[in-house]
Design a protein around this ligand. Structure first.
Ligand SMILES: [Zn+2]
Length: 67
């Protein structure tokens, strides 16, 4: 999965590497990773209940049911 995040070192958006899902204390979902160019830690806040996540889980369920 490619996740873009803003790197404060490069001052540009990068496709983060070693992306890991994380949840903050306030319940917000984030993705933590590293900038592929300079290696600085970057993170991105994930909007809760995104449609893409729902679609993915729906698709997975559909696959299981079909098989
Ligand atoms: Zn960078």
């Amino acid at each position: 999965m490619m996740t873009e995040a803003y790197c404060s070192e490069c001052c540009e958006r990068r496709e983060m590497v070693d992306a890991v899902d994380d949840v903050m204390k306030n319940g917000r979902r984030t993705v933590k990773g590293k900038c592929p160019t300079c290696g600085a830690p970057v993170f991105k806040v994930v909007r809760s209940e995104t449609t893409s996540t729902r679609e993915q889980s729906t698709r997975l369920l559909a696959n299981v049911t079909t098989n």
